[in-house]
Every structure is written in C-alpha cells, then in structure tokens.
Design a protein around this ligand. Structure first.
Ligand code: NI
Length: 179
C-alpha cells in the first residue's frame, strides 16, 4: 500500500507545478488526468513485480518533466531516483530532438521497457485514461494514428499486467466508434 503521506506529497507537488493547466478541451484542472491515471494504476494493484511506491509516484508525476519547468534533479531530491528515472522514461523526446516523429513512440517504448514493471503499468494506465472521445478538431488520420499507437503500447507493454492489457484492448475496441 502506498503511504498516504507520500501520495499527498506527490499530489501537492503535481498540483503546484501543473497549476493553471487544463485537460484538453475542458475546464477541468490537469490534475484530474493525473489522479485518473493513479486510479487506473491503483485498480491494477497489487501486480506481480510492481513496486507500489514507484507506480503511484510515477502516475501522479508522469507529465511533470514534459509539461512543467520541473527538473529531473528536483524529482530525485523529493521522491528518489527510481521515481525520477521512471518519470524521465515516461517523458517523450522533445520535438526538437534528433529523433524523427515516426520513431518517437518506438524510442519512448524502448526507454520504458528498460525500466521496472511499475513504469510499464503507468504508461498503460495513461493511454487507457486517454482513450476517451477524441477532441472535435482531430482529423480521421490523427484518430487512426492515435488508435494505432495505443495498439503499439498494448503490444509492447501489456504483457506486464493481464488486467491492464485487457483494459487497454477493450478501450481500443471502443475507440473504433470514433474512427
Ligand atoms: Ni498523461
């Protein structure tokens, strides 16, 4: 069981850093997304080989390096190296990196697969949470690409947790209605 004080510390830090950010096409604070991912992870626990502290910590902090000025060093100091390493792996290569756009998902999945299972389940939980009705402005190509990416994630990481594997594949099937 994740210690409540550690959960609240990660939640507060995320709330401070993501302050003012909102969920896509929504008035809801971005924090709702982070807690939704943590809820998805929690529902899959206990899972074989999964460190609960790292899983919940990474769930609440998974977008903090990508979307806020937070540094990896701050995460190490506040939450320890395993969570900092997990969040780093969950952070996409920036668009100005040398990695081509079409290779970015493969690069991201390879970096996650080099991490412990706790990090794999956060990526699955993140995509499960995001397989919701797509924003109105998304083209069909973009929606198909998003669905195909989800399949790539399921194929690369689903083996770590049968429950989340079933969840993501069910969500992918439901997403077909939006294509
Ligand atoms: Ni996310």
């Amino acid at each position: 069981m994740f210690a409540p004080d550690r959960y609240v510390a990660a939640l507060r830090f995320a709330a401070e850093r993501h302050h003012g950010q909102h969920m896509q096409e929504s008035q809801l604070p971005y924090l709702v997304h982070l807690v939704a991912v943590a809820a998805e992870v929690t529902a899959a626990l206990p899972a074989e080989g999964v460190d609960v502290d790292v899983a919940i910590g990474c769930a609440l902090l998974h977008d903090i390096l990508e979307d806020t000025p937070t540094t990896r060093a701050e995460l190490v100091e506040r939450f320890g190296e395993p969570i900092a390493a997990g969040v780093s792996a969950l952070t996409k290569a920036s668009s100005d990196s040398l990695i081509l756009k079409e290779h970015r998902m493969a690069d991201s999945l390879a970096r996650i697969r080099a991490q412990p299972p706790a990090v794999w389940i956060v990526k699955l939980a993140d995509r499960i949470t995001n397989l919701a009705p797509p924003p109105a402005g998304w083209s069909r190509d973009k929606r198909v690409a998003y669905r195909d990416e989800a399949m790539q994630i399921a194929d690369a990481l689903g083996g770590v947790c049968p429950q989340l594997d079933a969840r993501i594949r069910a969500k992918i099937a439901t997403y077909a209605a939006y294509l």
